[in-house]
Design a protein around this ligand. Structure first.
Ligand SMILES: Cc1ncc(COP(=O)(O)O)c(C=O)c1O
Length: 429
């Protein structure tokens, strides 16, 4: 049975009213003609703050814990990447600064650090979660020296200023540990929340929404995201009203009053048409996230029944014990094919499974095949193969399976059957 990796057309079949509402949203913009910023962008910002960022939805006792100055402010931007760029500019990150992030991820994070002229420092991942390992972060930071003024310096002499942990595949990093390390070393933190809109995190202060845990974060609405736009779109988020104001100015070329520029910003504005579409789609996010969770549960059942857990490591759910419904929203369903990167009987098993997938027309992808420290454009950083072994192993052993909400249960069984067939084939050859 052919199974697509992702299929937006099924949304249209399952919910025809959604497609019609999106058309109406687009027509509304054509009618009122507020194409740049204006009412659609402002309304979307308020709606997404309420629906996805305010922890009050997680329980009234949490509400009391949140002082009003901790209210999340959402600023619509042109993409997740531009959201990060705006946040880095707002935080005055530039030449002479160093920013720490992980190498097993999408390019955008490290790309933006480079673009503002700062030094990229990588920290390896935890092999279970595929996200920043707080122990490795602590070891890395403790290896840096302070200068005479007490400024923490990288080995290249840059001022270590910020950490960007990346919430991968639908669940959050160990943010309590990362924030406490950041506090110990006096570092800023931006959450890369591109993949986790609507996810919950059980912080030591009570449940929080992903993207409202640190003081700053950003989201992506790339069409394949859990909440996708009809093109590129993103969101920058901050708990600090002053930073929020700065971000609004930065996204509009650094001008508050037209043609007077206090800061060098850029054209990072969220398009009004995209905002109108996102407003229509936002109320469906909860249902779509539930669909992804249900599919993950079906995969788990099928892998257990097929007796494959010796070969396949299922996505780890670090916050499952919290009881929070959206502790994982499965933006991707990434499994590890154990031992396929090593010399031995399972060498190349991932590639074998991919060949079987291709034969059966089963969509799949590798997120991410080349860790960022080994990318050609970052060769100047001087990193080498072997520097971040867990990121390198993850790049060689992981495989993303279809997980979009409208997947049919028989398709999930078919994916698992094909994996079983490939493994049987391999062990009998
Ligand atoms: C982890 C991560 N960070 C950043 C981005 C960049 O977002 P955008 O594509 O909206 O610029 C993405 C998008 O794919 C992502 O997955």
């Amino acid at each position: 049975m052919a199974v697509p990796l992702f299929n937006l057309a099924r949304q249209r079949i399952k919910t025809p009213s959604l497609h019609e509402a999106m058309r109406q949203g687009a027509l509304r913009v054509l009618d009122h003609q507020e194409f740049i910023l204006g009412r659609e962008v402002l309304s979307f910002e308020q709606e997404v703050e309420h629906a996805c960022l305010e922890s009050t939805l997680l329980g009234s006792e949490v509400c009391a814990l949140h002082a009003s100055h901790e209210k999340p402010h959402a600023i619509g931007v042109s993409s997740g990447t531009d959201g990060l760029l705006a946040l880095l500019i707002a935080s005055d990150i530039g030449p002479g600064d160093a920013v720490i992030t992980t190498p097993y991820t999408f390019f955008a994070t490290a790309g933006c650090i480079h673009r503002v002229g700062a030094e990229i420092i990588f920290c390896d991942i935890d092999p279970m979660t595929y996200m920043m390992d707080p122990e490795k972060l602590e070891i890395l930071l403790s290896s840096f020296q302070r200068d005479q003024e007490g400024v923490l310096k990288s080995p290249n002499g840059n001022r270590v200023k910020m950490i960007i942990p990346i919430h991968l595949f639908g669940t959050c990093c160990d943010m309590d540990a990362i924030l406490s390390i950041a506090q110990e070393y006096g570092l800023l933190v931006i959450e890369d929340a591109a993949q986790v809109l609507g996810a919950d995190y059980p912080s030591m202060h009570g449940p929080k929404k992903a993207g409202a845990i640190a003081k700053m974060s950003y989201f992506s609405f790339y069409p394949t995201k859990n909440l996708g736009a009809a093109g590129d779109a993103g969101l920058a988020v901050t708990l600090d009203p002053k930073v929020a104001q700065r971000l609004r100015v930065i996204r509009n070329h650094g001008m508050e009053e037209r043609y007077y520029h206090q800061i060098v910003g850029g054209n990072f504005r969220l398009d009004a048409m995209q905002a109108a579409i996102l407003r229509v789609r936002l109320p469906f996010l909860e249902e779509w996230n539930a669909g992804r969770r249900a599919n993950a549960a079906l995969y788990k059942k099928a892998f257990v029944q097929a007796n494959l857990l010796d070969y396949i490591v299922l996505p780890y759910e670090p916050w499952a014990a919290s009881g929070l419904k959206n502790h994982h929203i499965f933006h991707q369903y990434v499994v590890r094919i154990v031992g396929s990167a090593q010399n031995g009987p399972r060498a190349g098993l991932r590639e074998k499974i991919m060949t079987h997938f291709t034969q059966h027309e089963i969509g799949h992808a590798i997120y991410y095949p080349v860790p960022l420290h080994l990318q050609e454009c970052f060769a100047y950083l001087g990193y080498e193969q072997g520097d971040f072994p867990e990121s390198e192993r993850a790049a060689q052993e992981t495989l993303a399976l279809p997980i979009f909400p409208e997947l049919y249960p028989e398709e999930i069984n078919s994916v698992v059957d094909v994996i079983k067939e490939a493994i049987k084939d391999e062990s009998s050859s």
